[in-house]
Design a protein around this ligand. Sequence first.
Ligand code: SIN
Ligand code: MN
Length: 209
Amino acid sequence: MRAENLAEPLKIAGFEIFKDCLTPEEQSTMVADLRAVAQVAPMRHPVTRWGKQMSVKMTSAGRLGWISDKRGYRYEARHPDGMSWPPIPQRILDLWQSKTNLARQPDCCLINFYGEGARMGLHQDNDEGDFSYPVLSVSLGDDGLFRMGGTERGGKTQSVWLSSGDVVVMGGTARLAYHGVDRIRFGSSSLLPDGGRINITLRVVADSN
Ligand code: SIN
Ligand code: MN
C-alpha cells in the first residue's frame, strides 16, 4: 500500500475517505480475485421487494451474502443459485485488517458492479445485527459520485467523486448514515477493459446471524 495510506483521511459527515489507497497493481490483483469469486458465484441483477430490477449487478463472498428479492433484503448463506459463497479473498481480508485494526473478520464482502448508467439510491446499511463494526468500502474502475447524508432520511447530503483505489470507512456516526451513488463516469478508468465500476463493501453481520 502507498505511503499516502498513512495520511489522515478526508472526513465528510463522519465518513472517512482514504484517497488513492491501492496501487494500480493492487487494484488489478483485487479485480482478478473478484473475477474468481464471480466465476463461482455469478453476478446477477437483483430485484427489489417491489419487483424492480436494480441497475447494479451483485454477488458476494464470505460466510454470508447480501441478497434482495421479492421477499426483501437479507443475508443468506447461499447464492440464489444454491452454491455457498466463495471465501473472502485473503488480500481483501488483509486490507480490512490494516484499515480497521479489528481481530473480527467481516462475514460478507458484497461486490457491486456498475455498468454504464447504473446507480444506487440513497439507503442505510441496516440489515446487519450489529452496528458497532464499521463497513469498509473499496472502489475499483470508473469514478463514482458518492453521496453521503446523515441518519435521517431527507437530510442534508454532500457528495464526493470516488476513484479507483479509494477506500471509505463508514463507522461511528456514519455507520447508519444514508449513502448512495448518483452516477458513474463511464470509461474514466482503464482498470476494467470494458469499463464500469466495482465497489466492494465488507460487513460484519453478527455472530448470531
Ligand atoms: C453500497 O452502498 O453498497 C455501495 C456504495 C458504493 O458503490 O460506493
Ligand atoms: Mn450501502
